[in-house]
Design a protein around this ligand. Structure first.
Ligand code: CA
Length: 232
């Protein structure tokens, strides 16, 4: 596909890393705006309206979470957290409205592939019933889905509900709490049940359920439906 040049705001205080991420972003075809503090990041986000932002969490003035919360009050731009911090921080980042979380040390192709996928997604409307993120066609009325080889599979109400929620946010991580809340109506619901339903969905929809390419696990965080899963 043609790739128009997108702008990317990088909020990072470590000068060496700032430079590296900036250079890598340019090598991947982005125009970059660099900010070293949370405040200047928020200012630059408003002034430059970038297509996406990469934000570090440990910033000298305020936590990167503040950047996410502030930008989310007025913009849907994809925000990718780049941080060395642990899983509990990932949850607060997703809660604040981050779209993805990449752990340092990071792989540059993976980071920018995720940025590009998010920009692509944000440019499109969220899929309605019948669209086919990840090659999976979902019929919301009949609770059937069509898998990679075209075969129709019946889904249980809960499987259908989970798949529908993931499909509303293709390529984005849907955190466990949100799935539990939306499917069972409470965050206190059983994580094991969620895992079993996801396993069952994979058995029905993935070519190799033990190596899923469509319904992906974000370890300790949630699940993601890949919109451009390779059909191996
Ligand atoms: Ca930092």
């Amino acid at each position: 596909m043609n790739w128009v040049q997108h702008s990317l705001l990088i909020v990072e205080d470590d000068p060496a890393l700032h430079k590296v991420v900036g250079l890598l972003a340019e090598a991947h075809g982005f125009r970059t705006v660099l900010a070293g503090t949370c405040e200047s990041g928020i200012r630059d986000a408003r002034a430059h309206r970038p297509d996406a932002a990469i934000v570090d969490l440990g910033l000298p003035d305020r936590d990167g979470i503040c950047f996410i919360e502030s930008v989310r009050t007025w913009s849907n731009m994809p925000i990718i957290v780049l941080s060395a911090r642990a899983v509990d921080t990932q949850l607060s980042a997703f809660d604040a409205g981050a779209d993805d979380f990449v752990v340092k040390p990071f792989s540059s192709p993976e980071l920018f592939a995720r940025v590009k996928a998010l920009i692509r997604r944000t440019a499109c409307d969220p899929p309605e019933s019948g669209d086919s993120p990840g090659g999976i066609f979902i019929d919301t009325g009949k609770r059937v889905a069509r898998r990679w080889d075209g075969a129709q599979v019946r889904l249980t109400p809960l499987e259908h509900r989970i798949l529908e929620i993931l499909a509303r946010h293709p390529d984005r991580v849907v955190v466990h709490q949100r799935l539990l809340q939306e499917v069972w109506g409470t965050e206190q619901a059983d994580m094991r049940a969620l895992r079993l339903y996801v396993m069952s969905l994979r058995r029905k929809l993935e070519r190799d359920p033990s190596r899923p390419v469509q319904i992906l696990t974000e370890s300790g965080v949630g699940y993601r439906l890949a919109s451009d899963a390779p059909q191996l």
